[in-house]
Design a binder for this molecule. Structure first.
Ligand SMILES: [Zn+2]
Length: 494
């Protein structure tokens, strides 16, 4: 996620939130080897793909935990493997109908399991492995009364309907106060859902340690179109509705899922490394593609630092929000000059490595995402006519204590101050200090190696800091503790 600028003095230094060429309207048809996505059906069966292949559910296996910062969201008894979401949006009545098929692994044996599911949504029908099951929906908790055994895999099918509503976000930030499914005056839709909020539009284990694969199908009255993460598998108009299908080929945490629905135009591009890049903007957003198309060059700049782009596709969708978010393979940007700026586009794309490819196990470690991403953003700015990096770091030294005072240490922050300055700038300064300590060659080599060492997985502070110690041969325990857990600014000589 991007942060807004704190003050004019650090404006050049401190940026905040996020960031997406060919021609509308027809997307490329699936090529040889591409398959139609399996479609959800209400009886819990999965339709095979055209070539008979099934999604490899093993790729969605995780070790879910209970979140230490937001324990009321998510349930570690469920390991979601694959979500198949078939969504129909009635923009006039602002009503969503969903058919969801969730393949999951039970992690414990019991008489029930639980998912997060928005209170305004109503269950129409639910089955487990094709058999009807009783559900209890209290607030955002959906309890399914059915016996499950540890390490067995099940298929939960849910048909639901309702008018989704966003939920309050645990933050005092100025660029967002709610998360989840958000409807504009015109009936168009966008969502940002960090640290949670995916549950406002589907039943989900809404905690970052549980990564899963996704297939999406979205129906909306033409010429509007529904857009989600992943590769566009098909787009057609059926009975006056645009029907789009997307497949996310690499596992993602729920906060990295995005959907946008509206009167969108599309442009296609490709990086020099061959990654397809897709840009989506509302037809009303003037000049959008001129801004978004920088994403391709941004990826190429990042690849010089972090290695090849890690996913099958890339892109940016411009929405009517006021923030930016590193949603996996399809960055979600709000519509302001700042959010559409090049540094923000770089920031959100750096997250594809730091945050998306390797993701914090628990929200206490969101600094793992924002610290390195902010540092790389500042490096980018210094190389592209912005403030000199040393000068930026000098300014951060003067602000560090204030940021810790406002929201706590970066890795032990106030839960009601999610995404405050402390998780961006304090660890960015920490990484710069570590760079000075270990030297440029070692620093940049390890910055590139870490995301690949935990590719498609999760990690926590202990795993990451131990890895740096092992790789450098240095005792860095006091260093990391002081920077991440200290309530005061560490000594310069540490
Ligand atoms: Zn960010």
């Amino acid at each position: 996620m991007t942060r807004a600028v704190r003050s004019a003095g650090v404006a050049a230094v401190l940026a905040c939130v996020l960031a997406a060429c060919s021609a509308d309207p027809a997307p490329p048809a699936p090529t040889d080897g591409a398959t139609a996505s399996p479609s959800a059906s209400a009886d819990g069966t999965r339709q095979p793909t055209d070539d008979g292949a099934e999604t490899d559910l093993v790729d969605g296996t995780s070790d879910p935990v209970e979140d230490s910062v937001y324990p009321r969201v998510g349930d570690p008894s469920v390991d979601a493997l694959h979500y198949d979401l078939d969504l129909t949006w009635d923009r006039h009545r602002q009503r969503l109908r969903g058919v969801e098929v969730l393949d999951f692994r039970a992690t414990t044996t019991g008489d029930s399991f639980q998912l997060d599911f928005g209170a305004p949504l109503r269950v129409v029908d639910a089955t487990l492995d094709g058999l009807p099951v009783e559900t209890e929906h209290d607030g955002k908790d959906l309890v399914v009364h059915a016996a499950v055994e540890a390490d067995r895999t099940y298929t939960f099918a849910l048909t639901y309907a309702g008018r989704p509503r966003p939920v309050r976000a645990p933050t005092t930030r100025s660029d967002f106060s709610t998360t989840g499914w958000t409807v504009t005056d015109s009936g168009s839709v966008w969502t940002m859902q960090e640290p949670y909020g995916a549950f406002t539009w589907y039943a989900v284990n809404d905690q970052p340690s549980d990564k899963a694969l996704y297939d999406f199908t979205v129906h909306v009255d033409a010429p509007w179109v529904g857009i989600t993460n992943g590769t566009l598998e098909s787009r057609e108009v059926v009975d006056g509705q645009t029907v789009t299908s997307f497949r996310l080929q690499e596992p993602a945490s729920s906060y990295l899922i995005t959907i946008a629905i509206g009167d969108y135009a599309v442009r296609h591009d490709e990086t020099s490394g061959g990654t397809p890049v897709t840009y989506w903007a509302l037809r009303s957003q003037r000049g959008a593609f001129a801004d978004l198309s920088y994403g391709t060059e941004a990826i190429e700049w990042i690849e010089q630092r972090l290695g090849p782009y890690p996913f099958s596709s890339a892109g940016i969708v411009l929405t009517e929000s006021t923030s930016g978010m590193e949603t996996q393979t399809l960055v979600t940007l709000g519509d302001s000059d700042y959010i559409r700026s090049r540094p923000v586009i770089v920031h959100e794309l750096v997250h594809q490595w730091y945050g998306d490819l390797v993701t914090p196990t628990d929200w206490k470690d969101v600094w793992m995402n924002e610290g390195m991403t902010t540092y790389l953003q500042l490096v980018y700015e210094s190389e592209h006519g912005g403030t000199d990096l040393d000068e930026q770091m000098d300014q951060l030294w003067t602000y560090d204590a204030t940021f810790r005072g406002q929201a706590g240490p970066p890795a032990a922050y106030d839960p009601q101050e999610f995404g405050a300055q402390n998780v961006y700038y304090c660890p960015a300064l920490m990484w710069h200090q570590l760079r000075l300590k270990v030297g440029d060659e070692t620093f940049w080599r390890l910055v590139q190696e870490w995301p690949r060492s935990e590719a498609f997985g999760n990690a926590d502070r202990e795993e990451w800091t131990s890895w740096w110690e092992a790789q450098t041969g240095l005792d860095l325990g006091d260093f990391f503790d002081a920077w991440l857990l200290g309530s005061t600014t560490p000594d310069r000589g540490l």
